[in-house]
Write a protein of this length. Structure first.
Length: 836
């Protein structure tokens, strides 16, 4: 064994001094103080909250590292199949609280911090969010990492270490302003691995030659080299020693390439410029969600990260000295959307050009290794790269893409000999000017499984954008894995008090690892004391949010009235415009009432939050409208406390953890068929809020699980969307009278800036209303009225909330990971060795 190769006396010395990390409150204090005094060079007399956070984080980091080393060693020795989750985004949020929970020492830290003079909540909130993602796609990747570790799967994440995450949003005069998010000043959760550096090649040319046996070869030569440096982040599982690895690549000028000649001869500036150009690759996250703009730097990011990750995976495989035919028994690679599709091409290149495998043998390995998750049907989000761009940056990859396409089209032609139209439609190369590579098609052809992220979405991709591929490959290649979220963060961490009373009722916290156990809560729906506490917790969470709103915006909101929230990226398909039209309608209704009537009307706080892509003018305009309506409504004496409108600045993961526990109702009102899944509706219900939603994405499955009586569904069905759009385009489509009044109010200028706001109106009234706002407005308003009425009956409302939470077990990301592991990756868990 490996152990036996080390002399006994050395082993003994290492064992004797091996690090353990703290196990209780006293040891925590000792470790935290040691880090504050030595690692941070602070003392009792100058330890502010940030220093206390840093010391606490470093103490927990030591604990994680011990489990992490042990897990990595065990996984290396066991050498069983691993999954690699490739995602250009990991929206992790804060780490300390999660580390405390997963390691099981949060109480020790809480008491220890009290001894040292701090409140644990204040310390936790010092941490800067790690925001290496845009929205749902990036957060899903983060939930999946948590679940993979918790379920003891040997799994690594691979991503990019952006120096700037998603921008910080400030609202100035009602407009979104973007501030760079430099987040690396103090990041105790990453470990630079300067010894793990991969040379990444760009540009250059392909040289072809024949060897002595007449076999032809291709070599990619010339161009430039950039270094990829690994930064590792430990990912602890809940109540298990398993601590997996997230490897993020950072770009750096290559040691070989950085021009010392220039530097020495005094051309500092141009030599430093070369260096900066290399570092630009991993400098910044592209801030678009559901949009691809085809920029060269983005392609560079993708190919840099794919090449480094494939190199790393192949190197690890080769260490085991197995034959290539065993590759798919050892390696599964999941593509989070098409962003990592070049990894398919890169693995084929490595196997054929470098390892010398035959094309067919290599291709069998490649398709057996990869699987692809689709997250959207929006045409503007489906990635396409121009052929000239790829030709220039990755000349050998382009040849391989053409060869993959040729083989694929020949196969299709054999199977469907008469169908030239089919060949044109499914070709990986779109014959446009310039030609484009359709990345989703490449991902399908190079994978053995393709999945959507909710039932409706998985059905839709099979009947629309990927229909031909179902004909070609048969239906079994296409599957569904409905999204979920980790209950550790989205129940325990976000809502500790709710988690606490559930634990008390269920007699333990096993529900955090087996979320179906929540169903036992149904036994307590009539338990008076339990219901009372339940209501008190929601109220306390609303008080906390009200204080935050006061501090951030100066608006006073009453925590006794209904909190209605819509927080997510701002996008026309998500229809924040429908929400704000509804708010304006409510405002006009109140204005038209007599003071007597107002006394019996339903008070409400309407809360918005979310970022717009910096170049998305319409979305920014919607943010401006929300803020302008807020200005008017919140200062109107006629309205008083009946209606308040709030826009929460800089929505991110840690704000979400505060917002969902405070929501009475949350809105998930996308145009049917356009939200692949959505995940925030899950966070809303799990935190004891009800939903208003369309029949879209995972809303449909939430309704099925919790019961139609417990959700407010409205609006057009996906199957009717096309017809309605068509109708808009030829007939003057009639717009609901209430909506026209809203438009009149906006166009009258009472909210200011009538010129730009009129574009929001025009999109509906004059430009085809692509998102069917006018079709759904009436049922939306009626459903809001039902909600107002339902909220008056607090007893029924609480029953609905408890029942809904009890039935949310299906939506844990643990279930997702189990499905991926069993039906797509074919991997087994590797639990930690029991401590002897
Ligand atoms: C989201 N997609 C889906 N994309 O919109 C959402 N896109 O319905 C789903 O629940 C979620 O994925 C998880 O499956 C995104 O978040 C992006 O952020 C994105 C980023 C870059 C390019 C394209």
């Amino acid at each position: 064994s490996v152990e036996a190769s080390i002399p006994e006396n050395q082993r003994e010395a290492w064992r004797k001094h091996s690090a353990h990390g703290f196990e209780n409150k006293d040891e925590f204090e000792k470790e935290a103080v040691r880090h504050i005094e030595t690692t941070l060079a602070r003392s009792l007399f100058n330890c502010d909250e940030l220093a206390a956070y840093s010391g606490t984080a470093l103490a927990f980091r030591d604990r994680l590292v011990i489990d992490w080393n042990r897990t990595q060693q065990r996984q290396t020795f066991a050498d069983q199949k691993r999954v690699y989750y490739l995602s250009l985004e990991f929206l992790m949020g804060r780490t300390l609280d999660n580390a405390m929970l997963n390691v099981g020492l949060k109480d020790a830290a809480k008491d220890g911090l009290t001894d040292l003079g701090f409140r644990i909540e204040d310390i936790i909130s010092q941490e800067h969010d790690a925001a290496l993602g845009n929205g749902g796609l990036g957060r899903l990747a983060a939930c999946f990492l948590d679940s993979m570790a918790t379920l003891n799967y040997p799994a690594w994440g691979y991503g990019l270490r952006y120096r700037y995450g998603i921008f910080k949003q400030e609202i100035m005069d009602g407009y979104q302003v973007e501030i760079p998010d430099y987040w690396l000043d103090f990041n105790p959760w990453e470990f630079p691995r300067h010894d793990i550096t991969v040379d990444i090649q760009f540009y250059g040319y392909v040289r072809k030659y024949q060897d002595d046996d007449g076999k032809s070869h291709a070599v990619w030569e010339g161009g430039e080299i950039v270094d990829a440096v690994a930064y590792d982040v430990p990912i602890p599982g809940y109540k298990t020693g398993t601590t997996n690895n997230l490897r993020l690549w950072s770009s750096k000028a290559s040691r070989g390439e950085f021009d010392f000649q220039k530097f020495n001869s005094g051309e500092y500036e141009s030599s430093v410029a070369d260096q900066q150009r290399a570092e630009t690759i991993s400098a910044v996250l592209y801030p678009n969600d559901n949009l691809e703009r085809g920029k060269e730097l983005r392609l560079k990011q993708q190919s840099f990260w794919c090449s480094a990750s494939i190199y790393d995976i192949v190197r690890r495989f080769k260490k085991s000295k197995r034959s290539w035919s065993e590759f798919t028994d050892q390696v599964a690679i999941q593509l989070n959307d098409t962003h990592p599709t070049l990894a398919i091409v890169e693995l084929q290149r490595v196997l054929v050009d470098i390892e010398g495998l035959d094309w067919e043998d290599a291709w069998k390995i490649v398709t057996g290794t990869f699987s692809y998750t689709n997250h959207t049907v929006l045409p503007e989000a489906l990635e396409k790269w121009s052929v000239p761009l790829i030709q220039n940056l990755l000349p050998r990859h382009l040849q391989i893409i053409y060869e993959i396409n040729l083989q694929f089209l020949q196969m299709v032609e054999r199977r469907f000999p008469q169908d030239r139209e089919m060949l044109r439609r499914v070709s990986i190369i779109e014959e446009s000017q310039p030609k484009m590579v359709r990345m989703a098609y490449l991902a399908i052809v190079g994978s053995h499984k393709v999945n959507g992220v909710a039932e409706l979405h998985s059905d839709l991709i099979k009947t629309t954008i990927f229909k031909d591929f179902v004909t070609i490959y048969g239906p079994d290649k296409f599957t569904n894995v409905t999204n979920g979220v980790t209950p550790r963060r989205w129940l325990n961490q976000a809502n500790p008090r709710l988690s606490e009373i559930i634990k008390a009722k269920l007699g333990g916290d096993e529900f955090l690892s087996d979320l179906n156990l929540l169903n036992q809560l149904e036994n307590f729906v009539d338990d008076k004391a339990f219901r009372k506490e339940w209501a008190e917790i929601k109220y306390a969470n609303k008080v906390r949010l009200a204080q935050f709103i006061m501090a951030q915006t100066g608006v006073s909101v009453n925590p006794k009235v209904m909190f209605d929230i819509q927080v997510k990226r701002i996008h026309e398909y998500k229809r924040q415009q429908l929400n704000i039209f509804g708010v304006i309608h409510r405002y006009l209704t109140i204005k038209n009432m007599t003071p007597e009537e107002r006394k019996t009307y339903y008070p409400k706080v309407s809360i918005f939050g979310g970022k717009s892509a910096p170049g998305y003018w319409m979305a920014k305009n919607i943010i401006h409208l929300v803020n302008s309506v807020a200005q008017v409504v919140n200062n109107d004496k006629d309205v008083g406390n009946l209606l308040k409108v709030v826009f929460i600045e800089d929505y991110n993961v840690s704000k979400a953890e505060m917002l969902f526990p405070a929501a009475d109702i949350s809105q998930h009102i996308s145009c049917a068929g356009m939200e692949a899944s959505g995940t925030s509706q899950i966070k809303g219900v799990l935190n004891a809020g009800l939903l208003i939603g369309t029949c879209d994405g995972a809303n449909i499955e939430v309704a099925r699980e919790i019961g139609e009586d417990n959700i407010f569904l409205f609006g057009t069905l996906a199957e009717d969307v096309e017809d309605l759009r068509h109708a808009h385009s030829y007939s003057q489509h009639s717009i609901d009278g209430d909506l026209l009044k809203v438009f009149d109010a906006i166009n009258s200028g009472i909210f200011g800036d009538r010129n730009s706001f009129s574009a929001i109106v025009s999109a509906v009234a004059d430009h085809g209303d692509y998102y069917l706002v006018s079709d759904d407005f009436n049922s939306y308003i009626k459903t809001q009225a039902l909600i107002d009425e339902a909220y008056k009956n607090q007893e029924d409302w609480i029953t609905k909330c408890i029942t809904s939470v009890a039935r949310m077990g299906f939506f844990t990301s643990d279930r997702c990971i189990q499905e991926y592991a069993e039906s797509i990756w074919n991997i087994e868990p590797l639990p930690p060795a029991s401590k002897a």
